[in-house]
Design a protein around this ligand. Structure first.
Ligand code: XMP
Length: 510
């Protein structure tokens, strides 16, 4: 692929992936590399610019990450952010101090709009500060181009060497015009052309997949989730019927979901195999109540069914996976992370022979993966699908799993999701679903006593699913959902809404 590249050197800050995503949003390709990456490797990638991320350290700590000073003499523009700017100042002979009063959060900041970073933007604005140290003596050749009441150098630059640094975080939304500042760096300083688009990515990836695969056979496990669906669509366009997708339907999907996956892929140019293994899974899960046992059984069974089906195909050459960039970064910023350690349900099949793994989405963030899916003509319900646990409804049915309980939960969950969508909340509530508890309680319906299940509703807002807050779904919506479910789904007479965040709870109940 022939596109300009920005390198993001990772110093361990919490917003590092976000910086990379913002750069990509500006239509410029970028890669995240560990800060220890040797200079020769950095230079070999011929980046048009380098960004140092923030990090938790202070430059004077002995163990704090450092950088080879020669990086500033490559003639490549560098932008240091937070720890990145302190490191730049320190390495080039400036001085950093730890003041008594620390600046944290939203801060009024004044900019020199003659600086290429701030050109075309207001002279004063709010920025997001998250640091204790600041630069009190600039390195030679630098001038300060932004300040706050407490911090004389909120940004600095050396125009002749094209070195820049900012103390605040342009990548977070709390910083007004932060993305415009990054854009300025990319376009005004680094000479970016904006050559990273999903259309272009699809085209060049399809071409390179064709070349790599030749007339080989490719096997992909399709789960119905966004990543594997987009991988399937991409590979299908590249090699058509040389691709076989195996969709193991464990019968624990949400209502209609199995059929939706089938509908999306049936007509495409690929071999699509749907294995209805629901009986088999239910049988294995009979009497099992422990969440971890459930997960384990499903994971193992999944692999077994997949392998049995794959065997029928004979030798395959490539096993494709829908690994995306955050998986790669999380497992070590591109170091030795070829295989996703946590496959959706179980792991890699042991008994399928293949020569090589293909991961055509390895470079993409989640939102890019979705954009690519749209580009490839996948339906919106697949592209926008919420995360769904591999073990499916098994971990949303507390206690033993029976076909009756699966059916009850599917119906109730369907109503909840439908009402959230109708209320226009589906983009604000990032994950929402129903949980069937194992608790019976007494109710009254008409003139009769009922003794039915209690259903839990869960809605969360989150950016990364590592932490989450419970969603403030309006009472009117909850009320409507509650009335509809109790009226329309037999077997439920009480509904509760989960108001715990993660931590201390997790998003799923099991
Ligand atoms: P928890 O419950 O750990 O969930 O807060 C965090 C996110 O991960 C999803 N999840 C899973 N996804 N396989 C998956 O692919 C699994 O086994 C699994 N368990 C939980 C969950 O839906 C949430 O988005």
């Amino acid at each position: 692929m022939n596109h300009q590249t920005i390198l993001v050197l990772d110093f361990g800050g919490q917003y590092n992936q976000l910086i990379a995503r913002r750069v990509r949003e500006c239509a410029v390709y970028c890669e995240v590399l560990p800060h220890k990456t040797p200079l020769a490797e950095i230079a070999a990638k011929k980046p048009i610019g380098i960004i140092f991320t923030g990090g938790p350290n202070s430059v004077y700590e002995a163990a704090s990450p450092k950088v080879d000073p020669a990086i500033f003499s490559l003639g490549i523009p560098v932008l240091g952010i937070c720890y990145g700017v302190q490191l730049m100042a320190y390495t080039l002979g400036g001085h950093v101090v730890s003041p008594d009063s620390r600046e944290y959060g939203k801060t009024v900041t004044h900019f020199d709009t003659a600086s290429p970073l701030f050109q075309g933007l207001p002279a004063t604005g709010i920025t997001w500060m998250s640091h204790t140290d600041y630069i009190d003596r600039l390195p030679e050749g630098f001038v300060s181009v932004a300040h706050t009441d407490a911090c004389p150098t909120a940004a600095m630059q050396d125009l002749s060497r094209r070195l820049f640094g900012i103390q605040f975080h342009p990548e977070v939304l709390h910083t007004e015009n932060g993305v415009a500042m990054l854009r300025n760096f990319l376009y005004r300083v680094c000479g970016a052309k904006g050559d990273w688009t999903m259309g272009g990515y699809a085209e060049s990836t399809i071409a390179s997949l064709r070349e790599k695969i030749g007339d080989g056979k490719v096997l992909l496990g399709l789960s119905g989730g966004v990543d594997s669906s987009v991988a399937a669509a991409l590979l299908s366009q590249a090699v058509g019927s040389q691709l076989t997708c195996i969709f193991v339907d464990h019968g624990l999907m949400r209502k209609n979901e199995g059929d939706e996956v089938e509908e999306a892929f049936r007509g495409r140019d690929l071999q699509f195999i749907r294995v209805d293994a629901s009986q088999q899974f239910l049988q294995k899960l009979q009497g099992v109540r422990d969440p971890e046992r459930k997960r384990k059984i499903i994971g193992e069974e999944f692999i077994r069914v997949f392998e049995a089906e794959a065997k029928k195909l004979g030798q395959v050459d490539f096993l494709a996976q829908g690994t995306i960039y955050p998986d790669v970064i999380e497992s070590g910023a591109g170091e030795a992370a070829t295989i996703k350690s946590h496959h959706n349900v179980g792991g890699l099949p042991d008994h399928v022979e293949f020569k090589e793994i293909i991961e055509p989405l390895r470079l993409l963030f989640k939102d890019e993966t979705r954009a690519l899916g749209r580009e490839l003509g996948l339906p919106e319900y697949l592209v926008n699908r919420q995360p769904f646990p591999g073990p499916g409804l098994a971990v949303r049915i507390i206690g033993e799993i029976t076909p009756e309980k699966v059916a009850i939960l599917q119906e109730a969950d369907w109503i909840f999701r439908e009402e959230i969508q109708k209320a226009g909340l589906s983009n604000q509530v990032h994950q929402y679903f129903a949980v069937l508890t194992d608790l019976h309680s007494v109710g009254v319906m008409g003139d009769g006593r009922t003794y039915d299940y209690t259903l839990g509703l869960r809605g969360v807002t989150t950016t990364d699913f590592m932490t989450a807050d419970w969603a403030r779904i309006p009472y009117e919506v909850l009320d409507l959902v509650s009335r509809r479910i109790v009226n329309e789904v037999r077997g439920i007479n009480r509904i509760v809404y989960d108001i715990t965040s993660k931590p201390p709870a997790t998003i799923e109940w099991e």
